[in-house]
Design a protein around this ligand. Structure first.
Ligand code: CA
Length: 218
């Protein structure tokens, strides 16, 4: 099991990350300051750090420099609202492994975390299938049998999320947070609307409604 250190002072984002990572089988610990991050990276055995740059006591860049200067080798993914090229370049120069900007979709962050933690030589699958439906992850296209089906970006993300957890029930809330990110309205019916779109395009047999629980790819 992989252990992830979340360095984030905004409670809402931290709890969104914790819940999402737990649902994917990761263990995580959250700290809200640079000082705690530096201590935790030394004392605990983490595989990866998700690092915010705007921290209350010091800049995330300094956290990164300090842990790399000490020789800590855990993967670091910077997660920040700062989007300038100079911030990104500085982050990579200091030893970051990846850089994700806020607002972010949880699935993208998750894909980057998985990519970093994947043992060398083990490739990410290029397709996901359920019944006659195949999602081609590199070209972001879908086929049903031999027919190519046009999916919007959100539709594809939703189908991908369901097929990655094939056989497992995902609640509306899980689908909302994974596909729409943390800026969603929990009362929204957008998930049901998109399930409808997907059934129309991919056929009725692939996505099952589990009453009172959510949806599942079969
Ligand atoms: Ca912050």
């Amino acid at each position: 099991m992989n252990r992830i250190l979340i360095v984030e002072d905004e409670a809402r984002i931290a709890s969104f990350l914790e819940k999402g990572l737990r649902a994917q089988g990761f263990t995580s610990q959250t700290v809200a300051s640079g000082r705690e991050a530096i201590l935790a990276a030394r004392d605990a055995d983490f595989d990866l750090m998700v690092l915010d740059l705007g921290l209350p006591d010091m800049d995330g860049h300094r956290v990164l420099r300090e842990i790399r200067a000490r020789g800590e080798r855990l993967c670091v993914i910077i997660l920040t609202a700062r989007q300038t090229v100079s911030e990104k370049v500085a982050g990579f120069d200091e030893g970051a492994d990846d850089y994700v900007t806020k607002p972010f979709a949880f699935d993208e962050l998750l894909a980057r975390i998985r990519a970093r933690l994947r043992p060398a030589g083990e490739a990410e699958p290029e397709t996901l299938s359920a019944g006659p439906v195949t999602l081609h992850l590199l070209s972001r296209t879908a086929t049903v049998g031999d027919t190519v089906v046009e999916l919007s970006t959100r539709e594809f993300q939703m189908a991908e999320t369901l097929l990655r957890s094939r056989g497992q029930v995902l609640s509306r809330e899980q689908l909302l947070s994974r596909v729409w990110g943390y800026d969603y309205d929990p009362g929204s019916n957008v998930v049901d609307v998109y399930i409808g779109y997907l059934r129309r395009k991919l056929g009725d047999g692939v996505i099952e409604t589990v009453r009172g629980a959510g949806y599942r790819a079969v």
